[in-house]
Design a protein around this ligand. Structure first.
Ligand SMILES: Nc1ncnc2c1ncn2[C@@H]1O[C@H](COP(=O)(O)OP(=O)(O)OP(=O)(O)O)[C@@H](O)[C@H]1O
Ligand SMILES: [Mg+2]
Length: 346
């Protein structure tokens, strides 16, 4: 069973000195060995690395990022009620009906691809003192390999809760989720950390970039913990930021910052890309550029992609649209023709 992070974490390892290659301590501590990953000295395009030693505040920023990054943080409140709040659970699941929309070519094999996620009877009950909040009420859902789904629903309907459960950031109060046939909801804390680290890329509404690190450094942070990362510059190139590698977040527009966040999510070549309102803070034009970046990642890396939005127009670019209301999947629409992001307008 998962436990609250910190309950049994190994004591922090003694800080190692800087490495010969210019790397510095301060990466993500390995939860099982306690070993501290080394972070290579960032290379600046126009400057000699030797003349710009990594500054102490930048090391601190790397460390803070490692602690604050959603790959590492595990919401304590979210897992408090894993076993307790099961009042809603009995017989809660119900299968949503699927409707086919559109009259043009069918979404390519979307119904025949193998399942990546299978959620069955997933409920989530948050306890706030005496008050119980039923965020999810018996969700049954399959997500298939490589498909692009949009989770659409009103505020408070449980979209983020569901996405966080799929991404291993949260656990259900009852029900089960499998990932490629493995029982995600049985994973312990260390297994969930590995799962997030190796398989999942997250993009959130507010970009969560480290202000004191450049675009390239923000992305490089993740390559330190990934098994087969892309080159950070290549990941930034995929989202159209090849000419912004050495810009700090404050030197980037909102859409560019969000694209850095997408590059950071995909640099590890995730199997799953989970985006919670990625365009929520952006104007239409910028939002479309960001959606184009997500569309490209889905197509070129083949990551199973789920995007949360309130915006029904964005749903038109998905293979399937999962409608969520009151903590339940009310119905699923299948788009026979996906509209490319550049055709969207709202
Ligand atoms: N950590 C928490 N503690 C208590 N209640 C929570 C917590 N997280 C979410 N909730 C509640 O669960 C319900 C679903 O929240 P969730 O964030 O999943 O909704 P959402 O569909 O993502 O909404 P929005 O579109 O506004 O982001 C809401 O009523 C919310 O108040
Ligand atoms: Mg939300």
């Amino acid at each position: 069973m998962a436990h609250a992070r910190g309950d049994s974490d190994p004591p922090a390892a003694e800080e190692p000195p800087p490495g010969n290659d210019g790397s510095v301590p301060g990466g993500l501590p390995d939860r099982t060995s306690g070993q501290i990953y080394r972070i290579p000295r960032p290379q600046r395009v126009n400057d000699s690395p030797a003349s710009h030693p990594l500054q102490t505040d930048r090391v601190a920023a790397f460390r803070a990022a490692a602690e604050a990054h959603p790959l590492q943080s595990f919401p304590r409140a979210a897992i408090d009620d894993r076993e307790g709040a099961s009042g809603y659970c009995a017989g809660a699941g119900r299968r949503a009906r699927t409707r086919r929309k559109g009259s043009m070519t069918a979404a390519p094999g979307s119904t025949t691809r193998p399942p990546v996620f299978a959620a069955r009877g997933v409920s989530k009950i948050y306890r706030m003192g005496d008050v119980e909040v039923h965020a999810l009420r018996g969700v049954d859902l399959d997500l298939r390999k490589g498909e692009f789904v949009v989770l659409l629903g009103p505020s408070g309907s449980g979209k983020s809760t569901l996405l966080n459960i799929l991404g291993g950031l949260d656990v259900p109060s009852c029900g089960a989720v499998s990932y490629r046939g493995m029982p995600l909801t049985e994973f312990d804390d260390a297994a969930l950390t590995r799962y997030r680290r190796e398989h999942v890329g997250f993009v959130f509404q507010f970009y969560n970039l480290i202000p004191s690190l450049t675009a390239r450094e923000n992305v490089s942070l993740i390559t330190e913990i990934a098994r087969r990362p892309l080159d950070p510059a290549a990941a930034l190139g995929m989202v159209g930021l090849a000419d912004r590698l050495d810009h700090f977040p404050a030197q980037l527009s909102g859409g560019e910052q969000q694209r850095v966040a997408i590059a950071r999510a995909v640099v590890k070549r995730p199997d799953v890309l989970l985006c919670d309102e990625p365009t929520g803070a952006l104007d239409v034009q910028t939002g479309i550029v960001v959606l184009e970046a997500i569309e490209r990642i889905n197509r070129e890396i083949g990551a199973t992609t789920a995007v949360i939005t309130h915006n029904a127009v964005i749903a038109e670019m998905a293979d399937r649209v999962i409608h969520i209301s009151g903590g339940q999947v009310t119905h699923v629409d299948e788009n026979r023709r996906k509209r490319p992001a550049h055709e969207l307008a709202w």
